[in-house]
Design a protein around this ligand. Sequence first.
Ligand code: PEP
Ligand code: MN
Length: 261
Amino acid sequence: MADRPRISIGSVHFSPDRFIVVAGPCAVESPEQIRAAGEVIQDEGVAVFRGGAFKARTSPYAFQGLGLEGLRLLSEEAHRIGIPVVSEVLSQRDIEPMLPFVDAFQVGSRNMDNTALLKELSEIRTPIILKRGFAATIKEWVLAAEYLLLGGNDQVVLCERGIRTFSDTTRFTLDLAGAVHARRDSGLPVLVDPSHATGDPSLILPMASAALAAGLDGIMVETHPDPSAALSDGHQALSPDQFRTLMKHLRLLAPVLDRSL
Ligand code: PEP
Ligand code: MN
């Protein structure tokens, strides 16, 4: 494992004694929605604000995101709160127009092995959160990260978001052991996304706690001001109250493990 430079998203620095919470709605939907989401985020001391503006939906009939206008709303709200922003990039042609609005690009599970996109992203210096393809082995995931590193972008963070298995109890299967493995193999920080991995708000707190206890670098979690009205992934979004409970729990647990949020 090579020595790695410090990895930061805006002013947020990854380090073994920190547990970084990336949170926000699945998608940016409206000025009102993103403002309400931002208020919850701000009160809870979240490190990085997330929100999808370009959405990779399973159905072409589903909400596809607000595009650059959504990104502008997300970035304005993040500035108001004073935290950095991550949003998913779906295609090479969106990189440049997105650049002024994001502190990190997310590469989604469906694009983990889109090598043309990875090569383009390797040429910029903006950090990348690389989600694991839901049918990718650890080796394939780490090799995808190497496309970014090899091209010169050393600001890479991995994110385990669940893989597809025979189990249909949860939306995907959270591969926590694989996440620890990937962290060790690659020397890169690894986040866990318990929202997509479980698809179940009641499983997010236990899986986030497990990620913290396992020494992983943080979580990416979806929260919506009104999950029942969400335009995407509402079934798995934490309500503001559930999100506050999660954060309270992590704040209590972290110091026991010599870590801080
Ligand atoms: C998301 O973070 O909203 C998302 C689409 O995630 P994934 O690529 O892991 O499905
Ligand atoms: Mn989502």
